[in-house]
Design a protein around this ligand. Structure first.
Ligand code: SAM
Ligand code: FES
Length: 345
């Protein structure tokens, strides 16, 4: 076996030169994906966990340059789900066997802390055997703590990029990497299972930036790591920029599996959007989570972070059925339990 991959598999930290070699050429790809799949099977067998995604608002106070629902996109058709509508999504998901609900949205102050806690605690009361995950952006320590006490035990917040200059090229001045990191460490301190991650191939990203992302993740030790290709949206300042590639995303999924053998790593919707069988390939490269969409069909198209987003036309049951077939065709099996992270090594 190639020594770079051997070092990764045996958990010896790779130096930056080795990582650069691995990320910038395709010569290691076959072996890299094979070894990553072996390590995922040692840790998680052939199980794939499902998380039901509820995209409950596309209002956002932020103006991230890459994002289709950014505040300044006045072409975005805005919507909010009320508590009953969110609970209805959970009911549908529960009946389909889903035991984790992910509430994701833009940073929308309409949902103040009281309302978020009210929604979370109602879901918690109704579905005691389910995990509630929030993905609602940057908040204060106190706000995060109140959601945790209401019953949310997992939180997804991608750091997006761990390099200050790169961060400043992707976000307006008012946003800072420092605050993003503060949020992630606060979430850990409170006791959340934390997910972070970044876009692959975002504008101006260099290999060195990606290595910094990997180093930051080593420092954070997240339970979940979400990566997906950057995909262009025509109504953003990045209109016309190149998309991230399937190849680099898959390479990184494998590298992440080897660096973080215990982690929950989704085969993301963005991966399925840039390539028809992107999610199957993601699973074969080391991913072990898929996220069927439970949002009402009427609002799906409006949560358009990027162009041609898949899974916007089907009902939840169809979406899950399609994912089940894809997971099986890749040689894995969906499990419906709560799917906590395995203990870190
Ligand atoms: N507001 C929450 C937050 O900031 O974490 C959650 C919603 S945000 C839309 C979820 C993720 O979508 C972001 O962390 C970002 O990585 C991803 N995203 C946004 N625009 C994207 C694009 N054009 N291509 C790929 N991913 C994108
Ligand atoms: Fe807020 Fe994208 S800019 S969710």
């Amino acid at each position: 076996m190639n020594s770079i991959i051997y070092n990764l598999e045996s958990n010896n930290n790779l130096n930056d030169n080795d990582l650069t070699c691995l990320l910038e050429t395709d010569i290691y790809d076959d072996e890299l994906h094979k070894v990553a799949d072996k390590v995922r099977k040692e840790n998680y067998g052939n199980f794939v966990y499902i998380r039901g995604l509820i995209e409950f608002t596309n209002y956002c106070k932020n103006d991230c340059y890459y994002c289709g629902i950014r505040r300044s996109n006045d072409k975005s058709d805005r919507y909010r789900l009320n508590k009953d509508e969110i609970l209805k999504c959970c009911k549908t998901g529960y009946e389909l066997g889903i035991r984790t609900f992910v509430l994701q949205g833009g940073e929308d102050s309409y949902y103040n802390d009281n309302l978020i806690c009210d929604i979370v605690s109602d879901i918690h009361k109704l579905y005691r055997d389910c995990a509630i995950t929030l993905s609602i952006g940057e908040k204060s320590y106190e706000s995060y703590k109140s959601y945790f006490d209401a019953g949310a035990k997992r939180f997804l917040l991608r750091h997006e990029t761990a390099n200050e200059e790169h961060y400043a090229r992707l976000h307006p001045e008012i946003m800072s990497l420092e605050n993003r990191k503060r949020c992630l460490f606060d979430l850990k301190k409170i006791g959340y299972q934390v997910g972070s991650g970044f876009m692959v191939g975002s504008p101006y990203q260099t290999t060195q930036n990606i290595i910094e992302d990997l180093r930051f993740l080593q420092e954070l030790e997240p339970d979940m790591i979400g990566i997906g290709p950057y995909i262009n949206h025509k109504d953003t300042p990045f209109a016309g920029k190149k998309n991230g590639t399937l190849e680099l995303t898959l390479r990184l999924v494998s590298v992440l599996r080897l660096m973080f053998p215990y982690a929950l790593i989704p085969a993301t919707t963005a991966l399925g959007t840039i390539s028809l069988n992107g999610r199957e390939l993601g699973l074969k490269s080391g991913a072990n989570v898929v996220m069927p969409n439970l949002s009402p069909v009427e609002t799906r198209k409006k949560y358009d972070l990027y162009e041609n987003k898949i899974c916007t036309g089907e009902e939840a049951a169809e979406c899950l059925g399609c994912l089940e077939r894809r997971v099986e065709s890749a040689g894995y099996r969906i499990v419906t339990d709560i799917g906590d992270v395995k203990k870190h090594a």
